[in-house]
Design a binder for this molecule. Structure first.
Ligand code: GLN
Length: 302
C-alpha cells in the first residue's frame, strides 16, 4: 500500500481547512497552539511506516489517553469493570453531567469524562501511582523512554477544571469512586496532558491492530482488543460518533488536543493531528483527513 503518497495527497488536500477549526479555550494552554499545525503517521502490521508534516511533533493527547486508562483497568479488573461503567454511546457532550443524575452515577461509557474518571479511580486502586502507571505503559508501547506529561497543560486544566471536579464529586456522592475525588482528578488531568507525537501514537496503538499483541507479546487478550476497538467505534469520538463512523468507518479515539487515532484490525494504526476542533470537540481537519485516508487506502472495517 503506497501510504506515503496517500498521506502527501491528504496533506495537500486538507491544508485549506486547517484554519477553520476552533481552539479549545477552556484549557488555556491548548488554545495557544498554532492552529495550522498538521501531522499524520501510519504503521502497518508488516512493519511499514509513513508520515507527513508535523508527525514527529508532540502534542497533548487529551482524551486519547482514555484508551490507555481503559486498557490498564481491563488488565486487572476484567468484566467486573462493567459494574461501574456502561458501554453505550452517550449522545451528550463528553463533559456533560445530566445523564449521571438519571443513571445513578453510572457513566454511559469509559470514553466520556465521567467514565474515564471511574476507570482512573480503578487504576489508582490497582496500582497506587496511576500517573506513573500510565506514563510507563505509553513509554513501553511506543518504545520511547522520554514520553512524559506536559505539566503546564495539566496545571492549566486543573486551574479551570471546575466541570470535571463537579463530575468527580458527583460520582463520589453516588459511591462510584473509591479514592478521593482530588486524587482521581489529579491523575486524570495528568493522563490527559501526556505529550506524544502522531508517530508515537500510531506505534502505540498497534496492539489494537494486532489483536491485543504488540511486538513484545500480549498486552490484552484478543477478546479485550475487540472490546476496546468496539468501544472506540461506538463511543470514541463523543457525540459525533455516528457521523464519524459513517464517514471514516474505523474504530477511533479523539482528544481536544486535536489528535485522532484510528485502527484497522489486522492492518494498520493511523494517527492525525490538527489542533482546530469542530463543534463536538473532534479535530476538524483530522476527521476530514481520516475520511480521505479510508477512501484512498480502500480500508474500513465495513
Ligand atoms: N482533558 C479534557 C477534559 O477533561 C479531555 C477532553 C477531551 O479530550 N475530550 O475536558
Amino acid at each position: 500500500m503506497p501510504y506515503q503518497a496517500i498521506l502527501e495527497q491528504i496533506h495537500a488536500e486538507i491544508a485549506p481547512t486547517l484554519p477553520q477549526g476552533r481552539m479549545p479555550d477552556y484549557i488555556p494552554q491548548l488554545a495557544s497552539v498554532e492552529p495550522t499545525r498538521f501531522g499524520m503517521a501510519v504503521c502497518d502490521t508488516d512493519g511499514h511506516f509513513a508520515a507527513v508534516g508535523d508527525a514527529e511533533e508532540r502534542f497533548s493527547i487529551q482524551s486519547i489517553s482514555k484508551v490507555f486508562t481503559l486498557t490498564l483497568a481491563m488488565q486487572r479488573e476484567g468484566e467486573a469493570l462493567w459494574r461501574r461503567v456502561g458501554r453505550e454511546p452517550s449522545g451528550t457532550a463528553f463533559n456533560s453531567l445530566v445523564q449521571l443524575e438519571f443513571e445513578h452515577g453510572i457513566p454511559r461509557n469509559p470514553f466520556i469524562n465521567a467514565g474515564a474518571l471511574v476507570v482512573t479511580d480503578m487504576v489508582i486502586s490497582h496500582q497506587g501511582d496511576a500517573k506513573a502507571a500510565l506514563r510507563d505503559f505509553a513509554r513501553r508501547l511506543c518504545g520511547d523512554d522520554d514520553v512524559d506529561y506536559d505539566y503546564t497543560v495539566a496545571e492549566s486544566e486543573a486551574a479551570k477544571g471546575h466541570r470535571n471536579a463537579a463530575v468527580a464529586h458527583f460520582l463520589k456522592s453516588f459511591g462510584n469512586l473509591d479514592n478521593h475525588p482530588d486524587a482521581v482528578l489529579d491523575a486524570y488531568f495528568h493522563h490527559c496532558a501526556l505529550s506524544m507525537s502522531c508517530a508515537e501514537l500510531a506505534r502505540t496503538f498497534m496492539y489494537l491492530a494486532r489483536y491485543g499483541r504488540n511486538a513484545d507479546g500480549p498486552i490484552v487478550t484478543p477478546s479485550q482488543a475487540k472490546y476496546i476497538n468496539s468501544l472506540m467505534l461506538t463511543c470514541g469520538t463523543y457525540d459525533a460518533v455516528g457521523d464519524f463512523a459513517y464517514r471514516v468507518g474505523l474504530p477511533a479515539k479523539s482528544g481536544v488536543g486535536g489528535g485522532i487515532v484510528a485502527v484497522m484490525p489486522g492492518q494498520f494504526s493511523v494517527c492525525v493531528w490538527a489542533p482546530g476542533l469542530n463543534a463536538s470537540g473532534n479535530s476538524l481537519a483530522g476527521t476530514l483527513a481520516l475520511e480521505r485516508f479510508a477512501t484512498l487506502s480502500g480500508h474500513s472495517i465495513f
